[in-house]
Design a protein around this ligand. Structure first.
Ligand code: AMP
Ligand code: MG
Length: 421
C-alpha cells in the first residue's frame, strides 16, 4: 500500500487547500484495502453481512424441469398429431408422476411439479375443455411453454453469489434455496467515533451557557449502523491535547477506522491537527465542496495498532454529507463489499438554485415521482448547521464543480437517501 505522501506527490495539481471532491475520493480509495478476517455464521444471522468468498451452487435450482402453471403436461411433438388427450395421471408439487405416457396422453400437473418423463410443455388449465378423463387443447400452443428448466435459476458448480456481495433478503432466500445453512462472511468492521469540542454536552448533562448538545455522534451512529459496522462510541472529548491524545490512542487500539467530528478547521485550536499529524500520516484538506470544506484523512498509530482516520468538520450537515461522499464508500470497501455506490438519478429541478462554478455543491432535495417524470425541489434553508434540512430531504442534489446556477425546469442529478442511509 503506497503512503499518503507518495499518492499526493504523484498527483499533478495537488493542492490541499482547494481539493476537488473526485481527487479526494481517489486519494482515499488508494489508501484503503479490504480487511482480512471472516467468520462462519448461521444463515439467519447473515443479513447485512458481506460474503467472504464466492459461493458455488451445490445443486441445480430448480433441480428438475417443472411446471410454471397449473394445467396439463404434454409432449410438444404430439400437438401436431392432434389436440385431444387422455389424462394418464396427476403430478403434484412434491409428488412426481412416475409413469410413462402412451400416445396422445397427458398428465394433470400443478405448479412446481416435476415434468413427467418426456413432457416438455404445459397447457394452462384455463384454456382446455375437460370431459371425464379427456382433455381438448386449443390450437397454437407452443412447445416448451409454461415449463421451468432445471438450473435456469442457478447451475450446479457455478457461483451463485460472488465474494463481496452484501447479503440482503434476496440473498438469504437464494442461499436457502441451495440448502446451505451457514455462510462465511467478513468480520465486522470496527469503527470508533468521538466528538470534539468544549461546547459539546452529552444527553443527560445540563446545557451550560453557550453550550450545545452533541448531535453528530448520534447521526454518525445511525449512519454506521446502517452500514452494518460495529460502532465504538468514545463520547465527547474536550479540546485538550491530553484528552484528545488519549481518545485517539484508545480508538486506534480498539478500531479499524476512527471518525471524529469538529476541530479540523483552521480556526480551531491547532493541537487537534498537530496531534493527528504527530500520531501518523494525516493530510488536512480544504475540499472544494459545500457543505463540508475542512476534512482530515490519514492513518494514525498507537503502539502496534493502527487505524484509518476520518476527521470530519463539526457542522452537522457537513458531517452527514462528507460521510456520504467520502467515508461511506471507504468503510464499505474496507469491510470487503464490492458494489458500494448507489447511482445518481436525473430529475427536473422545480426550484432555481444559485451557485457559482468552482466547487461541488450538495443541496438537500425532495424528490417525487409525478405523471411527467421525476421532479426535485430543494428543502428550505441550506445552512450547514441546519440538520432539519437533512431530515426533510429524501435526496442530495449533486451540482458538479463546473456547473453554475440552475434554473427551474433544468435536469439535475440526485442521490437518493434510500439505499444510502
Ligand atoms: P468546528 O469544526 O469544531 O469548528 O465546529 C463547527 C461547528 O459545528 C460549530 O458551530 C460547532 O459548535 C458545531 N459542532 C461541532 N461538533 C458538533 C457536534 N458533535 N454536534 C453538534 N454540533 C457540533
Ligand atoms: Mg470545535
Amino acid at each position: 500500500m503506497p503512503s499518503l505522501a507518495d499518492i499526493t506527490r504523484a498527483l499533478p495539481d495537488y493542492k490541499p487547500g482547494d481539493l476537488p471532491v473526485d481527487t479526494a475520493r481517489h486519494i482515499v480509495a488508494s489508501c484503503i484495502k479490504p480487511l482480512e478476517g471472516s467468520e462462519l455464521l448461521p444463515l439467519q444471522a447473515c443479513l447485512g453481512r458481506i460474503l467472504a468468498a464466492d459461493l458455488l451452487s451445490p445443486i441445480n435450482v430448480p433441480a428438475h424441469d417443472n411446471a410454471a402453471m397449473d394445467g396439463y403436461a404434454v409432449r410438444g411433438t404430439e400437438l401436431a398429431e392432434g389436440l385431444d388427450f387422455t389424462i394418464a395421471g396427476t403430478a403434484m408439487a412434491g409428488t412426481p408422476w412416475p409413469g410413462r405416457l402412451q400416445t396422445q396422453q397427458c398428465v394433470r400437473i400443478m405448479t412446481g411439479a416435476v415434468m413427467p418423463t418426456g413432457c416438455d410443455t404445459v397447457i394452462m388449465q384455463e384454456v382446455v375443455v375437460v370431459e371425464g378423463n379427456r382433455v381438448r387443447v386449443p390450437a397454437h400452443q407452443k412447445t416448451g411453454q409454461n415449463r421451468r428448466l432445471a438450473g435456469e435459476d442457478l447451475q450446479a458448480g457455478k457461483p451463485a453469489l460472488h465474494a463481496g456481495k452484501k447479503i440482503g433478503p434476496a440473498e438469504l432466500g437464494l442461499v436457502a434455496s441451495l440448502g446451505i445453512a451457514q455462510l462465511e462472511v467478513r468480520r465486522r468492521l470496527r469503527v470508533a467515533i468521538f466528538s470534539s469540542g468544549d461546547e459539546l454536552r452529552s444527553l443527560g448533562e445540563t446545557l451550560d451557557e453557550g453550550c450545545i448538545y452533541d448531535s453528530n455522534r448520534y447521526t454518525l451512529t445511525g449512519l454506521l449502523q446502517g452500514l452494518g459496522v460495529e460502532v465504538i462510541d468514545l463520547g465527547v472529548v474536550r479540546d485538550r491535547p491530553e484528552d484528545l491524545e488519549a481518545a485517539m490512542r484508545t480508538a486506534c487500539t480498539q478500531a479499524d477506522a476512527i471518525i471524529t467530528s469538529g476541530g479540523v478547521s483552521v480556526g480551531e485550536a491547532d493541537f487537534t491537527r498537530a496531534l493527528m499529524a504527530r500520531l501518523g500520516e494525516v493530510a488536512f484538506w480544504t475540499i472544494a465542496m459545500k457543505p463540508g470544506r475542512p476534512f482530515a484523512f490519514g492513518r494514525i498509530r498507537s503502539g502496534a495498532s493502527s487505524a484509518v482516520l476520518f476527521g470530519l468538520p463539526g457542522n452537522p450537515v457537513a458531517v452527514m454529507v462528507t460521510f456520504l461522499v467520502f467515508v461511506r464508500e471507504a468503510l464499505l470497501h474496507m469491510a470487503g463489499a464490492s458494489d458500494t455506490r448507489p447511482p445518481l438519478i436525473s430529475a427536473i429541478c422545480d426550484s432555481p438554485i444559485k451557485k457559482s462554478p468552482g466547487r461541488t455543491e450538495y443541496q438537500r432535495g425532495i424528490l417525487s415521482a409525478t405523471a411527467d417524470g421525476l421532479h426535485v425541489r430543494v428543502t428550505g434553508a441550506q445552512g450547514s448547521g441546519i440538520l432539519r434540512s437533512m431530515s426533510e430531504a429524501n435526496c442530495l442534489i449533486v451540482l458538479a464543480p463546473d456547473q453554475g446556477s440552475v434554473s427551474a425546469g433544468q435536469a439535475v442529478p440526485a442521490w437518493l437517501f434510500e439505499g444510502l442511509l
